[in-house]
Write a protein that binds this ligand. Structure first.
Ligand SMILES: [Zn+2]
Length: 371
């Protein structure tokens, strides 16, 4: 089954330029891009621009609810969230913790619709660190074999924690290299040692996994980058030394500007500027949780404003994101042979994506045609 998207502009996210071309879809793949192509089915894209399907490198599609509800509520809440993400042009998501391997299974089987999902299950950390949900009042929540215990102490413990995640189907290993904003503010931050981080990344690699590291401080970002983490998440308080360490260790930066409180926006934008100046590749992540709802389209706008520009923000959410996820052989650009993940935007510019989505193709299937 072939169809031809004709008459539109096609974005090359790496150069940030658009060119007039037709795109031939054959099943799940892009068969050809160019002029003079033909197919039985034509879709008129005149006056519009085609961009690659968007990739969110840091989202949470299934967060625990603050109020006490049965376990199923957390899972079911994710169903409309996933459907909505696809309608908003997001065709691939790296879940930064919360979703288990059952989500991947349900999507693959077609029980629910949503983006392709890569899961990391929980955030690994030492006792008292980011992933420690200990509560002096309520005991330990999240007791679920599909979301294994993320806590470790010592390098051997870090290796064991990675193995627990791999056993339960994690695609990525998430680690808290620093604590959360609140724990930094309250000086209750417990971070892993360099030796623990090195053992954790080494074990992840032995298991064929990469590591994404939550790191707010410069020190924690340096530690994670030197240990070999593939991406630094948030990095609100980076300095030039951290940016250099990330560059030297070929580490991506996923700022998640949309998720950080306003009082830190200036420091956060400065982190983005330092990373850009050092040549650190930037990938887009929303840190979206169902509550409160922000998503990748908000992050695109904030990245553009922070200095990437509209084209740079789209690159961070397409080709650069695919490279971070080691999926660039398969998606992230509009080229023959790649997956037919595409978004058609009304009009010809690259900004204000949110208001311009006409149609989304995921694996060659048109998921939604807007008005
Ligand atoms: Zn997050």
């Amino acid at each position: 089954m072939t169809s031809l998207l004709t008459g539109g502009l096609v974005l090359d996210p790496d150069s940030g330029t658009t060119t007039r071309a037709d795109v031939l879809l054959d099943g799940e793949r892009i068969a050809a891009v160019g002029l003079g192509l033909d197919a039985a089915d034509h879709i008129d894209c005149t006056g519009s621009v085609l961009i690659p399907g968007l990739i969110d490198c840091h989202a949470h599609v299934a967060f625990p609810r603050p109020e006490s509800l049965p376990r199923s509520a957390r899972i079911l809440e994710a169903v409309p969230v996933l459907r909505r993400l696809l309608a908003r042009g997001v065709t691939t998501v790296r879940d930064a913790w919360g979703a288990d391997a059952g989500f991947v299974h349900a999507l693959r089987e077609g029980w629910i619709t949503g983006p392709d999902l890569l899961v990391s299950l929980r955030q690994l950390s030492p006792t008292g660190g980011l992933g420690d949900n200990w509560d002096p009042d309520a005991g330990t929540p999240l007791e679920d074999p599909s979301l294994p215990d993320p806590l470790f102490d010592g390098p051997d413990g870090a290796r064991a924690a990675v193995r627990r995640m791999v056993r339960a189907g994690a695609d990525w290993i998430k680690v808290g290299a620093s604590g959360a904003m609140w724990s930094l503010a309250e000086r209750r931050d417990v971070s892993p040692t360099d030796a623990e981080l090195s053992a954790l990344v080494d074990e992840a690699r032995r298991c064929g996994r990469d590591v994404l590291a939550h790191a707010h401080t410069s020190r924690s970002a340096i530690s994670a980058a030197m240990a070999g983490a593939r991406s630094i998440e948030h990095g609100v308080f980076l300095d030039a030394e951290a940016a250099q360490a990330m560059r030297a260790n070929r580490c991506w930066y996923v700022p998640t500007l949309a998720a950080i409180p306003d009082e830190h926006a200036r420091a956060h934008r400065e982190s983005v500027r330092l990373a850009m100046a050092a040549g650190v590749p930037i990938a887009a992540g929303s840190d979206m949780a169902p509550r409160p709802h922000v998503d990748l389209l908000t992050e695109l706008r904030l990245l553009a404003e922070a200095g990437l520009g509209e084209a740079g923000a789209l690159r961070a959410a397409t080709s650069e994101a695919a490279r971070l996820l080691r999926l660039d052989h398969d998606r992230g650009r509009i080229e023959a042979g790649l997956r037919a993940d595409l978004v058609l935007l009304r009009g010809t510019g690259l900004g204000d994506v949110e208001r311009r989505i006409q149609t989304v193709w995921h694996n060659g299937r048109a998921e939604r045609v807007g008005s």
